[in-house]
Design a protein around this ligand. Structure first.
Ligand code: ADP
Ligand code: ZN
Length: 223
């Protein structure tokens, strides 16, 4: 990390709120770097690292992975030079301990959180959103109902058809993840309100509408 303050955008919201979808679009449009602890943990599970072995069963059950496991992965990622372009944190922090650790990590570099945006949605709708979603190997996200490729089975972005569904994207696990969100992550909304960096947006509308709302926030606060 460099000392000059870069944009540090946090996306808060339950599973299915659109954090990953929006983070990928902002990454392209603003040249920021998306940091998804969920993606990092899934990579660790796939590689069978120590962190991955600690995380696997918890993720499959829809429970949070212990702070120290997530923080070790995040610290390592934050040490890479590309984060100086500015970051979008997607799915992190998720607990008070993670938020405090992030504040310290940023302060050590003379950085602070630029904005924490709460994507506000109805829980019941999230079960449908998460249950129908899948991802192309190129990183593009799709949905059985809400975001279908123009040609069925072919990714608009890359032309490929290597689609995957996450093991934890089923109705039972989603309910556990919603519970974890409300118990452990939603209290962070007050943490960021107290810092004066909280923004709330209605994330029940179309993807493009949420994107526009995020763009307006970034236009106002970006470093
Ligand atoms: P979603 O927001 O749709 O639940 P993520 O990919 O962000 O998806 O997270 C998937 C799972 O990875 C979580 O249910 C949890 O088990 C684990 N995980 C991801 N990020 C964190 C984090 N910051 N702290 C603890 N566990 C995490
Ligand atoms: Zn693709």
């Amino acid at each position: 990390m460099s000392d000059a303050q870069a944009t540090v955008l946090i996306l808060l919201g339950p599973p299915g709120a659109g954090k990953g979808t929006q983070a990928r679009m902002l990454e392209e449009e603003y040249g920021l770097v998306q940091l998804s602890t969920g993606d990092m943990l899934r990579a660790a599970v796939a590689q069978g690292t120590e962190a991955g072995r600690a995380a696997k069963a918890l993720m499959e059950a829809g429970a949070l992975v212990p702070d120290e496991v997530v923080l070790a992965i995040l610290r390592e990622r934050m040490a890479q030079p590309d984060v100086a372009r500015g970051i979008i944190l997607d799915g992190f922090p998720r607990t008070g301990g993670q938020a405090a650790a992030l504040d310290r990590l940023l302060a050590a570099q003379g950085w602070r959180v630029t904005a924490a945006v709460s994507l506000e949605v109805d829980d019941e709708a999230m079960v449908g959103r998460v249950s129908g979603r899948y991802t192309c190997a190129c990183g593009e996200g799709w949905h059985d109902t809400f975001k279908k490729p123009a040609v069925a089975g072919v990714c608009d972005r890359c032309g490929g058809s290597d689609f995957r569904r996450r093991a934890d994207d089923n109705a039972v696990t989603v309910r556990e993840r919603l519970r974890a969100y409300h118990d452990q992550t939603a209290p962070l909304i007050a943490h960021y309100a107290a810092q004066g960096v909280l923004e709330r947006i209605d994330a029940m509308g179309p993807i493009a509408q949420v994107r526009a709302a995020l763009g307006r926030i970034l236009g106002r606060v970006a470093a």
